[in-house]
Ligand binder design. Structure first.
Ligand SMILES: [Zn+2]
Length: 122
């Protein structure tokens, strides 16, 4: 079993209830429609602990998508995931928050670039 640091464990313990509450409002995987049991974050690596706490970075996922297709969070894959965020969780959509957590410049990604990936269903 992979060991996690005490600092990480504290963050997990503190935010788990809020994350579970959020997930209860998003019962289906935004990518494939299977039962969502995990939260994928748009930010990984050393900044992931910020993403873990920020609803702007959360994406409802099933274990298969979370372990596979959603792991690429760069370029058009990120824009696609953000478009799904915008459609499924508009109240928590915050592009500037994601840009800030990723440490990018303020114009690194625009709403227009995200909206181009929104799939409209009639
Ligand atoms: Zn899925």
């Amino acid at each position: 079993m992979k060991r996690i640091s005490k600092k990480w464990q504290k963050v997990i313990d503190e935010f788990a209830p809020m994350r579970m509450e959020w997930l209860s409002h998003h019962p289906r995987c935004w990518r494939c429609g299977a039962r969502a049991v995990c939260i994928h974050e748009f930010v990984r690596g050393s900044d992931r602990h910020h993403a873990f706490r920020s609803p702007a970075c959360w994406y409802a996922a099933c274990p298969i998508c979370n372990g596979g297709v959603l792991n690429v969070t760069s370029g058009e894959y990120l824009r696609m995931q953000l478009a799904e965020k915008l459609v499924n969780d508009p109240d928590n959509f915050d592009l500037q928050e994601i840009i800030r957590i990723r440490g990018w410049g303020p114009n690194a990604l625009t709403l227009k670039e995200v909206v181009e990936y929104v799939v409209v269903q009639f």
